[in-house]
Design a binder for this molecule. Structure first.
Ligand code: CMX
Length: 460
Protein backbone atom coordinates (compact mmCIF):
# COMPACT_ATOMS: atom_id res chain seq x y z
CA UNK A 1 0.00 0.00 0.00
CA UNK A 2 1.33 3.47 -0.88
CA UNK A 3 2.72 5.47 2.04
CA UNK A 4 0.10 8.19 1.64
CA UNK A 5 -2.71 5.64 1.83
CA UNK A 6 -1.26 4.13 5.00
CA UNK A 7 -0.96 7.59 6.49
CA UNK A 8 -4.54 8.38 5.50
CA UNK A 9 -5.80 5.24 7.24
CA UNK A 10 -3.68 5.97 10.33
CA UNK A 11 -5.05 9.51 10.43
CA UNK A 12 -8.66 8.30 10.19
CA UNK A 13 -8.03 5.83 13.01
CA UNK A 14 -6.30 8.38 15.23
CA UNK A 15 -8.45 11.50 14.71
CA UNK A 16 -11.37 10.38 16.96
CA UNK A 17 -8.99 10.26 19.94
CA UNK A 18 -8.09 13.93 19.51
CA UNK A 19 -11.72 14.91 18.79
CA UNK A 20 -12.96 13.12 21.91
CA UNK A 21 -10.34 14.83 24.09
CA UNK A 22 -11.37 18.25 22.81
CA UNK A 23 -15.12 17.56 22.97
CA UNK A 24 -15.45 15.65 26.24
CA UNK A 25 -12.37 16.57 28.25
CA UNK A 26 -11.26 19.99 26.97
CA UNK A 27 -11.50 21.50 30.49
CA UNK A 28 -9.31 18.94 32.25
CA UNK A 29 -6.36 20.68 33.93
CA UNK A 30 -2.93 19.19 33.04
CA UNK A 31 -0.53 21.85 34.34
CA UNK A 32 -0.32 25.24 36.01
CA UNK A 33 1.64 28.34 35.03
CA UNK A 34 3.71 30.41 37.46
CA UNK A 35 5.49 33.75 37.10
CA UNK A 36 8.74 31.76 36.68
CA UNK A 37 7.26 30.00 33.67
CA UNK A 38 6.02 33.23 32.08
CA UNK A 39 9.41 34.95 32.43
CA UNK A 40 11.63 31.87 32.24
CA UNK A 41 10.88 30.39 28.85
CA UNK A 42 7.78 28.27 29.63
CA UNK A 43 10.07 25.48 30.82
CA UNK A 44 8.33 22.23 31.72
CA UNK A 45 4.75 23.37 31.03
CA UNK A 46 2.75 20.66 29.33
CA UNK A 47 1.07 22.58 26.54
CA UNK A 48 2.18 20.87 23.30
CA UNK A 49 1.12 17.51 21.91
CA UNK A 50 3.09 15.12 19.73
CA UNK A 51 3.05 11.36 19.37
CA UNK A 52 6.20 11.21 17.26
CA UNK A 53 8.75 11.32 20.07
CA UNK A 54 8.79 11.76 23.84
CA UNK A 55 11.66 13.07 25.95
CA UNK A 56 11.91 11.66 29.44
CA UNK A 57 14.27 13.75 31.64
CA UNK A 58 16.01 10.64 32.98
CA UNK A 59 15.86 8.22 30.08
CA UNK A 60 16.14 10.58 27.11
CA UNK A 61 14.40 10.37 23.78
CA UNK A 62 12.08 7.67 22.51
CA UNK A 63 11.09 7.76 18.86
CA UNK A 64 7.57 6.38 18.45
CA UNK A 65 7.94 4.65 21.82
CA UNK A 66 11.36 3.15 21.13
CA UNK A 67 14.71 4.12 22.69
CA UNK A 68 17.62 4.83 20.34
CA UNK A 69 19.08 1.29 20.57
CA UNK A 70 15.59 -0.21 20.11
CA UNK A 71 15.01 2.01 17.07
CA UNK A 72 18.31 1.00 15.47
CA UNK A 73 17.64 -2.66 16.23
CA UNK A 74 14.06 -2.67 14.95
CA UNK A 75 14.38 -0.90 11.60
CA UNK A 76 15.46 -2.66 8.38
CA UNK A 77 19.13 -1.98 7.70
CA UNK A 78 20.84 -0.31 4.76
CA UNK A 79 22.71 -2.64 2.42
CA UNK A 80 25.99 -3.88 4.00
CA UNK A 81 25.35 -1.78 7.10
CA UNK A 82 24.33 -2.16 10.73
CA UNK A 83 22.42 1.11 10.52
CA UNK A 84 18.92 1.65 9.13
CA UNK A 85 18.39 3.87 6.13
CA UNK A 86 17.11 7.39 6.74
CA UNK A 87 14.23 6.44 4.45
CA UNK A 88 13.05 3.59 6.70
CA UNK A 89 13.36 5.89 9.72
CA UNK A 90 11.21 8.52 7.92
CA UNK A 91 8.49 5.91 7.41
CA UNK A 92 8.75 4.93 11.09
CA UNK A 93 8.49 8.53 12.38
CA UNK A 94 5.66 9.44 10.05
CA UNK A 95 3.54 6.29 10.23
CA UNK A 96 4.48 5.01 13.68
CA UNK A 97 5.14 1.42 12.55
CA UNK A 98 8.39 -0.35 11.68
CA UNK A 99 8.30 -0.69 7.88
CA UNK A 100 8.55 -4.02 6.11
CA UNK A 101 11.34 -4.52 3.55
CA UNK A 102 8.77 -3.92 0.77
CA UNK A 103 7.65 -0.66 2.37
CA UNK A 104 11.25 0.48 2.67
CA UNK A 105 11.70 -0.24 -1.05
CA UNK A 106 8.64 1.93 -1.76
CA UNK A 107 9.98 4.82 0.30
CA UNK A 108 13.41 4.50 -1.33
CA UNK A 109 11.84 4.64 -4.78
CA UNK A 110 9.66 7.63 -3.94
CA UNK A 111 12.56 9.42 -2.22
CA UNK A 112 14.64 9.18 -5.40
CA UNK A 113 11.95 10.91 -7.43
CA UNK A 114 11.46 13.64 -4.85
CA UNK A 115 15.14 14.38 -4.12
CA UNK A 116 15.75 16.31 -7.35
CA UNK A 117 16.26 19.98 -6.59
CA UNK A 118 15.17 22.69 -9.04
CA UNK A 119 17.95 24.60 -10.78
CA UNK A 120 16.82 27.96 -9.32
CA UNK A 121 17.98 26.82 -5.87
CA UNK A 122 21.53 26.44 -7.16
CA UNK A 123 21.32 29.86 -8.82
CA UNK A 124 20.22 31.43 -5.55
CA UNK A 125 23.02 29.77 -3.58
CA UNK A 126 25.67 30.76 -6.11
CA UNK A 127 24.42 34.35 -6.04
CA UNK A 128 24.79 34.65 -2.27
CA UNK A 129 27.88 36.33 -0.77
CA UNK A 130 30.51 33.56 -0.47
CA UNK A 131 31.03 34.35 3.21
CA UNK A 132 27.34 33.73 4.02
CA UNK A 133 26.94 31.33 6.92
CA UNK A 134 26.00 27.84 5.66
CA UNK A 135 22.88 27.94 7.88
CA UNK A 136 21.78 31.14 6.11
CA UNK A 137 22.34 29.34 2.81
CA UNK A 138 20.33 26.31 3.94
CA UNK A 139 17.47 28.37 5.32
CA UNK A 140 17.38 30.53 2.15
CA UNK A 141 17.42 27.46 -0.11
CA UNK A 142 14.47 25.96 1.76
CA UNK A 143 12.60 29.27 1.65
CA UNK A 144 13.10 29.81 -2.07
CA UNK A 145 11.49 26.40 -2.72
CA UNK A 146 8.28 27.88 -1.31
CA UNK A 147 7.22 29.11 -4.73
CA UNK A 148 6.53 25.49 -5.73
CA UNK A 149 4.80 24.50 -2.48
CA UNK A 150 1.96 22.09 -3.18
CA UNK A 151 0.23 23.10 0.06
CA UNK A 152 0.39 26.82 -0.83
CA UNK A 153 -0.96 26.08 -4.32
CA UNK A 154 -3.79 24.05 -2.80
CA UNK A 155 -4.60 26.78 -0.30
CA UNK A 156 -4.72 29.34 -3.10
CA UNK A 157 -6.84 27.10 -5.34
CA UNK A 158 -10.05 28.38 -3.79
CA UNK A 159 -11.13 24.85 -2.81
CA UNK A 160 -9.40 24.60 0.55
CA UNK A 161 -10.81 21.78 2.65
CA UNK A 162 -9.41 21.31 6.17
CA UNK A 163 -9.97 17.55 6.07
CA UNK A 164 -7.69 16.89 3.12
CA UNK A 165 -5.22 19.78 3.58
CA UNK A 166 -2.78 17.39 5.27
CA UNK A 167 -2.24 15.56 1.97
CA UNK A 168 -0.57 18.66 0.53
CA UNK A 169 1.51 19.22 3.67
CA UNK A 170 2.60 15.60 3.35
CA UNK A 171 3.65 16.18 -0.29
CA UNK A 172 5.77 19.20 0.63
CA UNK A 173 7.13 17.51 3.75
CA UNK A 174 8.28 14.44 1.83
CA UNK A 175 9.79 16.59 -0.93
CA UNK A 176 11.60 18.65 1.68
CA UNK A 177 13.15 15.74 3.61
CA UNK A 178 14.30 14.14 0.35
CA UNK A 179 15.81 17.34 -1.00
CA UNK A 180 17.51 18.75 2.08
CA UNK A 181 20.52 16.35 2.14
CA UNK A 182 21.16 17.14 -1.53
CA UNK A 183 20.97 20.88 -0.82
CA UNK A 184 23.29 20.49 2.18
CA UNK A 185 25.83 18.62 0.03
CA UNK A 186 25.65 21.35 -2.61
CA UNK A 187 26.27 24.05 0.02
CA UNK A 188 29.25 22.10 1.36
CA UNK A 189 30.82 21.77 -2.09
CA UNK A 190 30.03 25.36 -3.03
CA UNK A 191 31.46 26.82 0.13
CA UNK A 192 34.38 24.57 0.93
CA UNK A 193 35.31 22.73 -2.30
CA UNK A 194 35.34 25.53 -4.91
CA UNK A 195 31.89 24.53 -6.19
CA UNK A 196 33.16 21.08 -7.24
CA UNK A 197 29.75 19.46 -7.28
CA UNK A 198 29.13 15.70 -7.37
CA UNK A 199 25.92 14.43 -8.95
CA UNK A 200 23.37 12.35 -7.04
CA UNK A 201 24.01 8.60 -7.26
CA UNK A 202 20.48 7.25 -7.73
CA UNK A 203 21.50 3.77 -6.61
CA UNK A 204 22.28 4.97 -3.06
CA UNK A 205 20.05 5.58 -0.03
CA UNK A 206 19.89 9.14 1.36
CA UNK A 207 22.68 8.78 3.95
CA UNK A 208 25.01 7.00 1.53
CA UNK A 209 24.24 9.50 -1.21
CA UNK A 210 25.04 12.41 1.09
CA UNK A 211 28.42 10.83 1.87
CA UNK A 212 29.00 10.29 -1.86
CA UNK A 213 28.03 13.86 -2.76
CA UNK A 214 30.47 15.44 -0.32
CA UNK A 215 33.27 13.14 -1.49
CA UNK A 216 33.39 11.08 1.72
CA UNK A 217 34.62 7.55 2.34
CA UNK A 218 32.58 4.34 2.64
CA UNK A 219 32.53 4.44 6.45
CA UNK A 220 30.99 7.91 6.45
CA UNK A 221 27.79 6.50 4.94
CA UNK A 222 26.94 5.07 8.35
CA UNK A 223 28.00 8.29 10.06
CA UNK A 224 25.49 10.20 7.93
CA UNK A 225 22.69 7.68 8.56
CA UNK A 226 23.34 7.66 12.31
CA UNK A 227 23.73 11.43 12.51
CA UNK A 228 20.52 12.29 10.63
CA UNK A 229 18.48 9.78 12.64
CA UNK A 230 19.86 10.85 16.02
CA UNK A 231 19.17 14.54 15.34
CA UNK A 232 15.71 14.04 13.87
CA UNK A 233 13.34 14.74 16.73
CA UNK A 234 13.36 15.70 20.40
CA UNK A 235 9.65 16.16 21.05
CA UNK A 236 7.95 19.49 20.25
CA UNK A 237 9.19 22.12 22.67
CA UNK A 238 12.77 22.62 21.41
CA UNK A 239 13.32 25.83 19.46
CA UNK A 240 13.58 24.34 15.95
CA UNK A 241 10.58 22.00 16.28
CA UNK A 242 8.48 24.56 18.08
CA UNK A 243 9.30 27.34 15.58
CA UNK A 244 8.34 25.02 12.71
CA UNK A 245 5.09 24.04 14.43
CA UNK A 246 4.28 27.65 15.33
CA UNK A 247 4.84 29.03 11.83
CA UNK A 248 2.92 26.17 10.23
CA UNK A 249 0.05 26.71 12.66
CA UNK A 250 -0.75 29.92 10.70
CA UNK A 251 -1.09 27.59 7.67
CA UNK A 252 2.22 28.81 6.33
CA UNK A 253 3.46 25.97 4.15
CA UNK A 254 6.27 23.55 5.16
CA UNK A 255 8.98 25.60 3.39
CA UNK A 256 8.14 28.77 5.31
CA UNK A 257 7.82 26.74 8.47
CA UNK A 258 11.08 24.82 8.23
CA UNK A 259 13.09 27.84 7.14
CA UNK A 260 11.93 29.41 10.43
CA UNK A 261 12.86 26.23 12.32
CA UNK A 262 16.36 26.35 10.84
CA UNK A 263 16.78 29.97 11.90
CA UNK A 264 16.10 28.88 15.48
CA UNK A 265 18.43 25.92 15.17
CA UNK A 266 21.21 28.36 14.20
CA UNK A 267 21.36 29.78 17.76
CA UNK A 268 24.37 28.92 19.97
CA UNK A 269 22.15 27.63 22.78
CA UNK A 270 20.57 25.16 20.33
CA UNK A 271 22.04 23.63 17.15
CA UNK A 272 25.06 25.90 16.84
CA UNK A 273 26.41 24.35 20.06
CA UNK A 274 27.93 21.46 18.05
CA UNK A 275 30.23 23.97 16.36
CA UNK A 276 30.93 25.73 19.66
CA UNK A 277 32.11 22.46 21.21
CA UNK A 278 34.77 21.98 18.55
CA UNK A 279 35.78 25.62 18.80
CA UNK A 280 36.09 25.36 22.60
CA UNK A 281 38.03 22.10 22.46
CA UNK A 282 40.56 23.24 19.86
CA UNK A 283 41.07 26.59 21.60
CA UNK A 284 41.64 24.66 24.81
CA UNK A 285 44.42 22.65 23.13
CA UNK A 286 46.06 25.81 21.74
CA UNK A 287 45.80 27.89 24.88
CA UNK A 288 46.38 25.40 27.68
CA UNK A 289 48.34 22.46 26.34
CA UNK A 290 51.33 24.03 24.52
CA UNK A 291 52.38 20.71 23.09
CA UNK A 292 51.82 18.76 26.33
CA UNK A 293 49.12 16.11 26.81
CA UNK A 294 45.84 17.46 28.19
CA UNK A 295 45.26 16.60 31.82
CA UNK A 296 42.21 16.65 34.09
CA UNK A 297 43.78 19.62 35.94
CA UNK A 298 44.15 21.64 32.72
CA UNK A 299 40.59 20.82 31.66
CA UNK A 300 39.26 21.81 35.09
CA UNK A 301 41.06 25.14 34.83
CA UNK A 302 39.78 25.78 31.29
CA UNK A 303 36.20 24.97 32.34
CA UNK A 304 36.36 27.35 35.31
CA UNK A 305 37.90 30.06 33.09
CA UNK A 306 34.96 29.65 30.70
CA UNK A 307 32.39 29.82 33.50
CA UNK A 308 34.12 32.74 35.23
CA UNK A 309 34.13 34.72 31.99
CA UNK A 310 30.31 34.39 31.91
CA UNK A 311 30.15 31.85 29.09
CA UNK A 312 28.36 28.52 29.03
CA UNK A 313 30.21 25.24 28.58
CA UNK A 314 29.00 24.21 25.13
CA UNK A 315 27.56 20.74 24.76
CA UNK A 316 26.60 20.48 28.43
CA UNK A 317 23.23 21.08 30.08
CA UNK A 318 19.72 20.70 28.79
CA UNK A 319 16.32 22.26 29.30
CA UNK A 320 14.60 18.90 29.82
CA UNK A 321 17.23 16.16 30.25
CA UNK A 322 18.66 15.47 33.70
CA UNK A 323 21.07 12.69 32.70
CA UNK A 324 23.66 12.12 29.96
CA UNK A 325 21.90 12.43 26.61
CA UNK A 326 21.50 8.96 25.02
CA UNK A 327 22.28 10.63 21.67
CA UNK A 328 25.69 11.49 23.17
CA UNK A 329 26.12 7.89 24.32
CA UNK A 330 25.10 6.48 20.97
CA UNK A 331 27.76 8.54 19.20
CA UNK A 332 30.30 7.70 21.88
CA UNK A 333 29.62 4.00 21.34
CA UNK A 334 30.13 4.52 17.61
CA UNK A 335 33.52 6.11 18.38
CA UNK A 336 34.53 3.30 20.74
CA UNK A 337 33.59 0.69 18.13
CA UNK A 338 35.52 2.41 15.32
CA UNK A 339 39.23 1.46 15.57
CA UNK A 340 40.90 4.70 14.38
CA UNK A 341 38.38 6.91 16.09
CA UNK A 342 38.67 5.15 19.44
CA UNK A 343 42.31 6.22 19.66
CA UNK A 344 41.88 9.65 18.11
CA UNK A 345 43.41 12.38 20.34
CA UNK A 346 40.38 14.64 19.97
CA UNK A 347 37.99 11.84 20.97
CA UNK A 348 40.21 11.10 23.98
CA UNK A 349 40.13 14.77 24.94
CA UNK A 350 36.33 14.95 24.61
CA UNK A 351 36.11 11.80 26.76
CA UNK A 352 38.28 13.45 29.39
CA UNK A 353 36.04 16.53 29.35
CA UNK A 354 33.10 14.15 29.90
CA UNK A 355 34.87 12.88 33.04
CA UNK A 356 35.57 16.38 34.39
CA UNK A 357 32.86 18.81 33.24
CA UNK A 358 29.86 17.37 35.14
CA UNK A 359 31.79 17.77 38.42
CA UNK A 360 32.76 21.37 37.63
CA UNK A 361 29.22 22.31 36.58
CA UNK A 362 27.82 20.64 39.71
CA UNK A 363 30.28 22.54 41.88
CA UNK A 364 29.31 25.80 40.20
CA UNK A 365 25.73 24.90 41.03
CA UNK A 366 23.86 26.77 38.31
CA UNK A 367 23.11 24.30 35.53
CA UNK A 368 20.21 22.00 36.41
CA UNK A 369 21.76 19.32 34.25
CA UNK A 370 25.58 19.04 34.35
CA UNK A 371 25.68 16.17 31.81
CA UNK A 372 26.59 16.28 28.11
CA UNK A 373 24.00 16.66 25.36
CA UNK A 374 24.11 15.50 21.74
CA UNK A 375 26.36 18.36 20.63
CA UNK A 376 29.26 17.45 22.94
CA UNK A 377 30.18 14.44 20.81
CA UNK A 378 28.98 15.01 17.27
CA UNK A 379 31.71 17.35 16.01
CA UNK A 380 34.50 14.96 16.96
CA UNK A 381 33.18 12.34 14.55
CA UNK A 382 32.90 14.83 11.70
CA UNK A 383 36.39 16.13 12.45
CA UNK A 384 37.84 12.63 12.39
CA UNK A 385 36.38 11.96 8.93
CA UNK A 386 37.96 15.17 7.63
CA UNK A 387 34.86 17.34 7.70
CA UNK A 388 36.61 20.13 9.55
CA UNK A 389 34.59 23.14 8.46
CA UNK A 390 32.72 23.32 11.74
CA UNK A 391 30.32 26.09 10.69
CA UNK A 392 28.78 23.31 8.61
CA UNK A 393 27.97 21.08 11.60
CA UNK A 394 24.67 22.84 12.32
CA UNK A 395 23.65 22.23 8.70
CA UNK A 396 24.03 18.50 9.36
CA UNK A 397 21.80 18.91 12.42
CA UNK A 398 19.29 20.77 10.21
CA UNK A 399 19.18 17.92 7.69
CA UNK A 400 18.33 15.45 10.45
CA UNK A 401 15.90 17.73 12.27
CA UNK A 402 13.84 18.12 9.07
CA UNK A 403 12.65 14.51 9.51
CA UNK A 404 11.04 15.19 12.86
CA UNK A 405 9.70 18.64 12.03
CA UNK A 406 8.12 17.49 8.77
CA UNK A 407 6.54 14.39 10.34
CA UNK A 408 5.16 16.60 13.10
CA UNK A 409 3.54 19.24 10.93
CA UNK A 410 2.02 16.56 8.69
CA UNK A 411 0.30 15.20 11.80
CA UNK A 412 -0.58 18.74 12.94
CA UNK A 413 -2.68 19.03 9.79
CA UNK A 414 -4.07 15.47 9.97
CA UNK A 415 -5.36 16.27 13.45
CA UNK A 416 -6.33 19.85 12.60
CA UNK A 417 -4.32 21.56 15.34
CA UNK A 418 -5.23 25.22 15.85
CA UNK A 419 -3.20 28.32 15.17
CA UNK A 420 -0.90 28.83 18.17
CA UNK A 421 -1.55 32.00 20.12
CA UNK A 422 -0.53 32.07 23.81
CA UNK A 423 -1.71 35.06 25.85
CA UNK A 424 0.65 37.80 27.02
CA UNK A 425 0.29 39.81 30.21
CA UNK A 426 2.06 42.93 31.41
CA UNK A 427 4.67 43.21 34.15
CA UNK A 428 2.17 45.31 36.16
CA UNK A 429 -0.28 42.43 36.02
CA UNK A 430 2.36 40.01 37.30
CA UNK A 431 3.18 42.43 40.13
CA UNK A 432 -0.47 42.72 41.07
CA UNK A 433 -1.00 38.93 41.03
CA UNK A 434 2.22 38.51 43.04
CA UNK A 435 0.88 40.92 45.71
CA UNK A 436 -2.47 39.11 45.77
CA UNK A 437 -0.87 35.65 46.05
CA UNK A 438 -1.95 34.55 42.58
CA UNK A 439 -4.31 35.42 39.78
CA UNK A 440 -7.94 34.84 40.68
CA UNK A 441 -8.89 32.71 37.70
CA UNK A 442 -12.62 33.25 37.79
CA UNK A 443 -12.73 36.98 38.59
CA UNK A 444 -12.78 39.80 36.03
CA UNK A 445 -9.37 40.16 34.42
CA UNK A 446 -7.08 43.03 35.49
CA UNK A 447 -7.12 45.88 32.99
CA UNK A 448 -3.81 47.73 32.45
CA UNK A 449 -3.82 50.98 34.49
CA UNK A 450 -4.04 54.13 32.36
CA UNK A 451 -0.82 55.46 33.95
CA UNK A 452 1.13 52.21 33.44
CA UNK A 453 3.72 53.06 30.81
CA UNK A 454 4.70 49.39 30.41
CA UNK A 455 1.21 48.36 29.38
CA UNK A 456 0.64 48.03 25.62
CA UNK A 457 -1.40 50.87 24.15
CA UNK A 458 -3.11 48.81 21.46
CA UNK A 459 -4.36 45.27 21.31
CA UNK A 460 -3.20 42.81 18.64
N1 CMX B 1 27.44 26.00 31.13
C1 CMX B 1 27.33 27.01 32.00
N2 CMX B 1 26.16 27.39 32.55
C2 CMX B 1 25.08 26.68 32.23
C3 CMX B 1 25.13 25.57 31.36
C4 CMX B 1 26.37 25.24 30.80
N3 CMX B 1 26.51 24.25 29.92
N4 CMX B 1 23.88 25.07 31.23
C5 CMX B 1 23.08 25.84 31.99
N5 CMX B 1 23.81 26.81 32.58
C6 CMX B 1 23.32 27.91 33.41
C7 CMX B 1 22.31 28.73 32.61
O1 CMX B 1 22.96 29.65 31.74
C8 CMX B 1 21.53 29.37 33.70
O2 CMX B 1 22.28 30.45 34.20
P1 CMX B 1 21.57 31.82 34.68
O3 CMX B 1 20.71 31.43 35.85
O4 CMX B 1 22.72 32.70 35.02
O5 CMX B 1 20.76 32.31 33.52
C9 CMX B 1 21.49 28.29 34.77
O6 CMX B 1 22.58 27.42 34.49
C10 CMX B 1 20.21 27.48 34.77
O7 CMX B 1 20.01 26.97 33.45
P2 CMX B 1 19.26 25.58 33.22
O8 CMX B 1 17.87 25.72 33.73
O9 CMX B 1 20.06 24.47 33.75
O10 CMX B 1 19.30 25.45 31.64
P3 CMX B 1 18.31 26.10 30.57
O11 CMX B 1 17.13 25.22 30.44
O12 CMX B 1 18.05 27.53 30.88
O13 CMX B 1 19.19 26.07 29.26
C11 CMX B 1 20.66 25.10 27.69
C12 CMX B 1 19.46 24.87 28.59
C13 CMX B 1 20.88 23.89 26.81
C14 CMX B 1 20.38 26.32 26.78
C15 CMX B 1 21.91 25.35 28.60
O14 CMX B 1 22.17 24.19 29.35
C16 CMX B 1 23.13 25.74 27.81
O15 CMX B 1 23.29 26.93 27.50
N6 CMX B 1 24.03 24.76 27.44
C17 CMX B 1 25.19 25.04 26.64
C18 CMX B 1 24.79 25.20 25.16
C19 CMX B 1 24.38 23.86 24.57
O16 CMX B 1 25.07 22.87 24.69
N7 CMX B 1 23.25 23.88 23.85
C20 CMX B 1 22.78 22.70 23.11
C21 CMX B 1 21.57 22.01 23.72
C22 CMX B 1 21.11 20.85 22.88
C23 CMX B 1 20.57 21.36 21.56
O17 CMX B 1 19.52 21.99 21.55
O18 CMX B 1 21.22 21.17 20.55
Amino acid sequence: MAIKEILSRKGEEFRPRTMKLIKDFGGVVIDEVTIDHAIGGVRDIRCLVTDISYLDPQEGIRFRGKTIPETFAALPKAKNSEYPTVESFWFFLLIGDVPTEEQVEEVLAEWKVRQNVPEYVWKLLRAMPPDSHPMVMLSSAILVLQKDSKFAAYYNSGNFNKKVAWEYVYEDAFDLVARIPVIAAFIYNLKYRNDAQIAIDPTLDAGANFAHMIGQCEEYKDVARMYFILHSDHESGNVSAHATHLVHSALSDPYYAYSAGLNGLAGPLHGLANREVLDWTLKFQQKYCHGVEPTRELITKALWDTLNSGQVVPGYGHAVLRKTDPRYMSQREFCLATPGLKDDPLFKLVSMIFEVAPGVLTEQGKAKNPWPNVDAQSGVIQWYYGLREWDFYTVLFGVGRALGCMANITWDRILGYAIERPKSVTTAMLEQWAAEGGRKLHEPKVAPAATDTKAPSTAH
